[in-house]
Design a protein around this ligand. Structure first.
Ligand SMILES: NC(=O)c1ccc[n+]([C@@H]2O[C@H](COP(=O)([O-])OP(=O)(O)OC[C@H]3O[C@@H](n4cnc5c(N)ncnc54)[C@H](O)[C@@H]3O)[C@@H](O)[C@H]2O)c1
Length: 480
């Protein structure tokens, strides 16, 4: 008698279900079961959504300024550009925050826009051009959220910390290591909190992968390689409405040569770090986090291959390879940014001898999958526990599609979806973690020291491109 395999059962059940019109097979049942034990995490998403739903109508109903409660946190936003707006919109969904001030040197445009946005929520926030004036006048601020260009982060963070404020500062922590180091030291000296904006560190799906799939279940086995990318389509330089141009004297006062440079600061040396720092810092941070290590070496190739180097001083294309010595052995991690083709977007991949993890902040493009090597021990227990969904069996799909496998080919590993979704804006959990830490109910997920390690790891790539050689990190490079 032939042995009935799981796949045979699946096929029989699927055709029986089709015939009966019920449409429920064993795999569906397994998938249903697999979602139960992670209700904690789904519960998180639902709760956050409920908080949001509750917070918004309340804000809209108010007719006078929201009254203060002892646990309310007085917040200022420093830098009201694209990311400042994203962070403000996320913060407006977090209960218990009082928005007291916004500071931005583009007073006639970005500053006005976000001060007016807050009015709609009945927050009468004061607008400032100069953050030092804001710190002088807004004595009861508890926290400042900084989203200015990278070259301003160190000065502003240090001044805010020294003024006794907790700080959430966007990545890249600083465009220089001296700047990043001064931020760590100021946080320590002030005793205030400094969270760096690597928001994946608070994303429930990334946390699930790290804590449950890698640390607890060890599903990948011995990780040997990792890779990641951020592919972006060609984009024109950023412009500005001419009638709102900043006067030249003010631009110069804040370190910008022209409106073009002010709008496109990321591409300029001394202001930003180019796409490898801007985009790569998010994902290279995940290499360090998931591998629980810092790299020993990096080699890189890059250049301004496509855009005009006069306006794109940093490289539009970079390929980098890191070498990590982890307790389990050597890991080589490849990362690339390209800004001339957006195909396949952005993701990170970790490959071990028992499985492969594919993850991205972009759930729409990559909903998160883990693939079991055919030689690995079964993952049924982890499916039952709800850590991963039941598999989509690749071999069966190939057969269904009528594909012919060469006998020497490895059978594609089965794909298991990761059953944790973030239904909130990407940055909300990281901001919540910051505010919870201020209230003493959480620990920061990306404190200054962690942000510093990532800055050391990422900024070295530009150095390696310039040097045209493989550069070494010393363990003490990561310490402050
Ligand atoms: N975490 C993320 O996903 C993410 C995404 C995008 C950007 N960022 C980071 O956020 C920061 C801002 O990026 P962006 O895209 O919003 O840039 P942006 O150019 O759109 O905005 C920067 C804003 O800062 C203001 N500004 C410049 N110098 C200032 C100063 N000295 N004082 C006060 N305001 C000043 C500008 O007028 C502008 O409104 C950067 O550090 C960037 O790396 C993070």
């Amino acid at each position: 008698m032939s042995k009935e395999t799981d796949r045979d059962k699946d096929r029989q059940e699927q055709s029986a279900a089709k015939e009966s019109g019920k449409g429920i097979g064993r795999r569906d049942v397994l998938q249903g079961l697999s979602s139960l034990p992670v209700l904690g995490l789904f519960g998180y998403a639902v709760k956050k959504q409920t908080d949001y739903e509750n917070a918004r109508p309340e804000a809209r109903r108010r007719t006078s300024a929201p009254s203060s409660r002892p646990s309310d946190i007085n917040v200022a936003l420093l830098g009201a550009g694209d990311q400042g707006e994203v962070l403000l919109d996320a913060m407006l969904k977090i209960p218990g925050l009082r928005f007291r001030a916004i500071c931005d040197i583009w007073t006639e445009y970005n500053l006005r826009k976000l001060v007016n946005r807050l009015k709609k929520y009945n927050f009468d926030a004061n607008g400032y051009e100069d953050y030092r004036e804001m710190l002088d006048k807004e004595r009861d601020l508890d926290a400042v959220v900084i989203a200015t260009p990278d070259f301003w982060h160190a000065r502003q963070t240090v001044d805010c910390l020294q003024a006794g404020k907790h700080v959430y500062c966007e990545k890249e922590m600083s465009n220089t290591l001296e700047g990043a180091r001064s931020m760590v030291l100021a946080a320590r000296a002030s005793g205030k909190l400094l969270q760096i904006g690597h928001q994946r560190r608070s994303n429930p799906r990334y946390l699930h992968c790290y804590e449950r799939l890698l640390r607890e279940a060890g599903l990948l086995g011995r990780i040997v390689t990792a890779h990641g990318q951020w592919n972006r389509s060609v984009k024109p330089d950023l412009g500005w409405p001419q009638r709102y141009a900043i006067p030249e004297e003010r631009l110069k006062r804040y370190g910008f040569r022209s409106m073009h440079q002010f709008r496109n600061w990321r591409w300029y040396k001394g202001l930003g770090g180019g796409p490898i720092v801007d985009l790569g810092s998010h994902q290279i941070d995940i290499f360090n986090w998931f591998l629980e290590a810092k790299p020993g070496h990096v080699l890189a190739s890059g250049g301004t291959d496509y855009y005009d180097p006069a306006t794109h001083e940093w490289y539009d294309t970079v390929f980098a390879i890191y070498e990590y010595d982890t307790p389990a052995g050597k890991v080589r991690a490849f990362y690339k940014t390209q800004t001339t083709n957006g195909s396949q977007g952005y993701f990170e991949v970790f490959m071990g001898d028992q499985g492969t993890l594919v993850i991205s902040e972009s759930e729409a493009a990559y909903s998160g999958s883990i693939y079991r090597e055919v030689s690995a021990p079964p993952w049924d227990d982890w499916v039952r526990k709800g850590y991963i969904a039941a598999p989509r069996i690749q071999e069966a799909r190939a057969e269904e599609a009528g594909a012919v496998l060469d006998v020497r080919e490895s059978v594609s590993p089965d794909e298991h979806r990761i059953p944790v979704e973030l239904s909130d804006p990407y940055h909300k959990p990281h901001l919540e973690n910051f505010f919870d830490a201020i209230r003493g109910t959480a620990r920061l997920n990306c404190p200054a020291e962690v942000g510093y390690e990532t800055a050391v790891t990422v900024l070295k790539v530009n150095e390696a491109v310039e040097a045209g050689s493989r550069l070494a990190f010393r363990p003490e490079d990561f310490e402050v």
